[in-house]
Design a protein around this ligand. Structure first.
Ligand code: HEM
Length: 501
């Protein structure tokens, strides 16, 4: 009897287990189906993109593009071809959407609904500092920007033009004795000097050389994997940042204590410290910049102003070499101007206003080169762009380069044609310096530097580019020519070139 009872009991348990198993299986299937419908619903109108691997996403492909001669923009270009104007990807564990229509650029850069804020990838923020204009949150950004805007007044720019012209004239003098001149190297030296002089009155060749090397390390780390492991590119960048920070800190301390030759200079640092001390005296602590803010932003200005402008100058020299008819028109304009201005004096802002064609050459070079190829933003809430749903927390990047090369925006976009700027470009189609609240602070300064450089180069030398390679430098945040644009130069003879001083 006990055996039969035990037998029935085992049977019952097996049956119950089987039913339980079937129920669990059915429930699992139902949940899966529901999840599928839910996901399908939420996937329906997000931008197209590759099915990303968890965490890694397309980071490896992104890194491979940075490490190739085509530059990281290649990553964007290929996906635009695959998925269209608006696509989604996953880099460093985050979702990134790229958009490339002028209408989207307008919506995002105008940011009337407050849906977006600027955000660089974490590695960049760690290198320039979280108090940098490039990374600060909305309120913080407003305060810092207002402080720096004053420093870019017309008076400052006029003074800067004179200093910059002086630097160019000195630098170009040495070109004649070189068998080959690498334009990017020279331009980086000049712009680094110009920025350091303007910001902190640094003149010493030794200090400048060290600082330039440190800045290069910071820039090279910007797109690297954010690994704080000694020996990695990122770690080297962080170490370089530390050294730059202590250099600026030393400068601030010396000025506060009244030590050093730069104490009486009227440079950006001195003006920031003056405002700062004045504010503290007025106990208006809320608007004064802290030393940490000053340091992060001095570094930001060096990086934002040096590398970008030097790259733009280099592209401009290459484009002009490839377009001799444009160079001819430009040369005529510049030689005419040269005959009007005194050979003894330096260029002025008024002189630059007399260079309409050079101004268009600068714009066209910036359009074709798109030195800052994309502008990163963070979606603060769910919204719709180009008919696609964008989720809060996603990174949305404006693909300026695609806008600049869009044939529906610029006819024959790959042709270097400065005269296309005879008419004002369509709204939000010329994005070399961005637009809206985050427009480049140094825009007028950068244009002035490019024009001064053009004037002096054209009225001093003829040049020939010896390496026509258009590959982009690896690991560069801004589009830079890998060859650096090597040229051979011949000094212009005033008589044969119609130059009458
Ligand atoms: C040809 C040279 C230059 C180019 C192509 C360029 C381009 C740009 C672009 C596109 C932005 C906006 C990015 C965005 O909206 O996300 C920007 C921002 C900025 N640029 Fe430039 N720039 C150049 C030169 C300079 C110079 C000379 C300086 C300063 C001395 C400078 C300082 C800045 C600063 C501080 C910002 C951040 C502005 C903010 O977020 O409020 N740039 N630049």
């Amino acid at each position: 009897m006990a055996t039969i009872w035990a037998y029935e009991h085992v049977n019952f348990c097996s049956f119950a287990l089987l039913v339980f198993g079937i129920l669990v299986f059915l429930m699992f299937q139902i949940v899966k189906k529901l999840q599928y419908y839910h996901n399908r619903e939420s996937m329906v109108d997000i931008p197209p993109g590759s099915p990303a691997l968890p965490l890694i996403g397309e980071t490896l492909q992104f890194m491979a593009a940075i490490n190739s001669g085509k530059g990281f923009y290649e990553f964007v270009r290929i996906r635009r071809l695959w998925y269209g104007n608006c696509f989604r990807t996953n880099i460093f564990g985050e979702t990134h959407v790229f958009v490339s229509r002028t209408q989207s650029a307008k919506t995002i850069l105008n940011n009337e609904l407050g849906n977006f804020t600027k955000r660089y990838i974490r590695s960049i923020a760690q290198l320039v500092g979280y108090r940098s204009l490039l990374c600060a949150d909305h309120q913080h950004h407003k305060l810092i920007r207002s402080r720096f805007t004053n420093l870019f007044s017309t008076t400052s720019i006029s003074l800067f033009i004179k200093h910059f012209d002086q630097l160019i004239v000195e630098n170009l003098r040495s070109w004649e004795h070189k068998s080959t001149v690498v334009v990017l190297d020279e331009a980086l030296q000049i712009t680094c000097k110009a920025m350091c002089k303007m910001l902190m009155s640094i003149d010493s060749e030794y200090k400048l050389e060290i600082l330039q090397k440190e800045v290069v390390q910071v820039c090279e780390a910007m797109l690297a994997l954010p690994l704080r492991i000694p020996g990695t590119r990122f770690h080297k960048g962080l170490q370089a940042r530390k050294r730059i920070m202590s250099l600026i800190e030393k400068e601030i301390n010396e000025r506060r204590r009244g030590i050093g030759a730069n104490n009486s200079q009227d440079d950006f640092l001195q003006r920031l410290l003056r405002v700062d001390d004045h504010d503290k005296a007025c106990s208006d602590a809320t608007t004064s910049l802290t030393d940490a803010e000053i340091k992060d932003n001095i570094l930001t200005m060096i990086i934002a102003g040096q590398d970008t402008t030097a790259s733009a100058i280099t592209w401009m020299v290459k484009f002009l070499d490839e377009n001799q008819e444009v160079l001819h028109i430009l040369r005529n304009e510049q030689l005419q101007l040269a005959s009007k201005i005194s050979t003894q004096s330096f260029l002025t802002l008024e002189d630059l206003n007399e260079m309409p064609y050079a101004s268009k050459v600068v714009k066209e070079s910036l359009r074709m080169a798109s030195v800052v190829p994309w502008f990163p933003r963070l979606a603060l809430q769910d919204c719709v762009i180009e008919g696609f749903r964008i989720k809060r927390g996603w990174n949305v990047n404006i693909d300026a380069r695609s806008v600049h090369l869009d044939p529906t925006v610029y006819g024959d976009p790959n042709k270097f044609n400065p005269s296309r700027f005879d008419d004002e470009p369509k709204p939000y189609s010329f994005l070399a310096f961005g637009m809206g609240a985050r427009t480049c602070l140094g825009m007028n300064m950068a244009k002035a530097m490019m024009m001064v450089f053009l004037h002096r180069l054209i009225t001093t030398y003829r040049w020939k580019v010896t390496d026509p390679d258009s590959s982009i430098e690896k690991w560069a945040l801004f589009s830079r020519l890998r060859s650096g644009c090597p040229v051979i130069v011949t000094r212009i003879s005033p008589d044969s070139d119609g130059f009458k001083p």
